[in-house]
Design a protein around this ligand. Structure first.
Ligand code: K1U
Ligand code: ZN
Length: 180
């Protein structure tokens, strides 16, 4: 298994629209295993393939306290959503350290395929419903900060770009240290 690199906002690759998964093979199972290891290590409760630069409709979620209830959603579709809405303080592994309220449907019913290509349906509320909608947005190339005001979004973008420059500088110094 392997820890994958999680793209950080505002990386333009986070805005690619994912294509349906058509091949269910050992390579797909390996990607799911690597994504799960990456999500648990982060730690997070969800991860979309788009966040690890794989632009097919695949996402994983585990909102359990015991971290032993991984659900894999392939080619997911929301087939019903409640009129009732709820606001939840969301986070995102692609925007570390940023949490803000987003309004979404309080309950959703999803149809998806599992890693073997078998169809299933699931009705969700609470954090699971939030997470499904958040991860499905990633597959459409949308990051949760796009629900925030332009002012907040620009502040977040500037903060992330500054952090990115710091990370690149650290990486350069580490590489120089290895050379000398
Ligand atoms: O980056 C992601 O898409 C994953 C994201 C999922 C999510 C969480 C909360 C609301 C909406 C979407 C995260 O997992 S952020 C990290 C997080 O919330 C968390 C981390 C450890 C324990 C519990 C929560
Ligand atoms: Zn996210």
């Amino acid at each position: 298994m392997a820890i994958l690199n999680i793209l950080r906002y505002p990386d333009p690759r986070l805005h690619k629209v994912a294509k349906p998964v058509t091949v269910f093979d050992a390579k797909l199972e390996q990607l799911v295993a690597d994504m799960a290891e990456t999500m648990y290590e982060a730690p997070g409760v969800g991860l979309a393939a788009s966040q690890v630069d794989f632009h097919e409709q695949l996402l994983i979620i585990d909102t359990s306290d015991t971290k032993d209830a991984l659900t894999v959603f392939i080619n997911p579709e929301i087939i019903w959503a409640s009129d009732e809405m709820q606001v939840y303080d969301e986070g995102c592994l692609s925007v570390p350290g940023v949490y803000d309220g987003v309004e979404r449907h309080a309950r959703v019913k999803v149809r998806a395929l599992d890693v073997k290509g078998l169809p299933f349906e699931l009705e969700a509320d609470g954090l699971l419903a939030v997470c499904i909608q958040h991860e499905m947005d990633h597959l459409l190339g949308k990051v949760f900060v796009e629900y925030l005001s332009p002012l907040k979004r620009n502040r977040i973008k500037t903060k992330m770009q500054k952090e990115e420059r710091g990370l690149q500088r650290e990486e350069m110094l580490r590489a120089q240290g290895r050379r000398f």
